[in-house]
Design a protein around this ligand. Sequence first.
Ligand code: G3H
Ligand code: 13P
Ligand code: ZN
Length: 316
Amino acid sequence: MIVTTAELFKHAYGKYAIGAYNINNAEQTMGLFKGCMASKAPFIIQISKGARKYTDKLMLEGMIRSADTIFPDAIFAVHLDHGDEETCYDCINSGFYSSVMIDASHDPFEKNVEITKRVVEAAHKKGISVEAELGMLGGVEEDVKVEDGAATLTDPAEAEDFVKKTGCDSLACAIGTSHGAFKFKGKQSLHFDVLEKIKARLPGFPLVMHGSSSVPQDEVARINAAGGQIKDSAGVNVNEYLPAAKLGVTKINIDTDGRLVWTRVHREFFRDKPGEFDFRAPGKVYIEEYAKFIASRNELLGSAGQLDDLRASLKK
Ligand code: G3H
Ligand code: 13P
Ligand code: ZN
């Protein structure tokens, strides 16, 4: 069942975080739903601009509607990840999305406010909520690369001002993470001091943590042992998910880790079975391995086991 992102946030805020997982294809979609059902967790499906272009945006909608029928007990929201203004309007007008992210974090503060405000007005007219971003994460997104030195943490006073001025419904904050598999060079920790200050200025307001993959080192080692060349990778400490959730981080975005699962499964499969060419064979392994990974993340986020309580609260 597709619900609003606001309904998920209301249930989770301050207690646990909703896992926000990107999908691009049918195998990822099946693994995601299976893992969330096995761990009885609500979740957010994220669709990036790159995903919308990979096959076709309507293909993604079709897969999600089908998965909703195949897994009737699932409770989830559908969210545009890192949208620009034009893509936000397209999603808002499609009637399919629960929420959109307008990412104008690379623009100066006033321009970010101006763009975000326009998207909020359009979205709220249709009952859709808006995630905005303030501060700059390091790393690579589809068409933006932020060098390490250019990344900036979110300023708590600016965050309060930004939310008041834009009317956005949740805020992606830069608290030390970055996109991709190379997040930390030194100490591997979130800036809880910044998070505490943001929470103090925005009590009860849902915060979002992007770049939250943990980049499991055993996964990377298996990839490299099967011919991969991923060097100096580092991710978020999984034991910091729940403490962040208690400080208002209500949505935690994980994508890179899923790509690592895919890469490990396929590299090992073709290394061990060089004569194989039926893509369904590794595809089946990947679906099961991704489902296991998703369930393990939901346990760490605290969303595992929340489904029945959420369902009861939605009926009230
Ligand atoms: O933050 C970006 C997400 O990992 C989505 O990546 O734009 O390559 O689909 P993508
Ligand atoms: P990772 O690259 O850490 O998985 O972050 C994903 C993300 O923030 C999607 O918006
Ligand atoms: Zn992101």
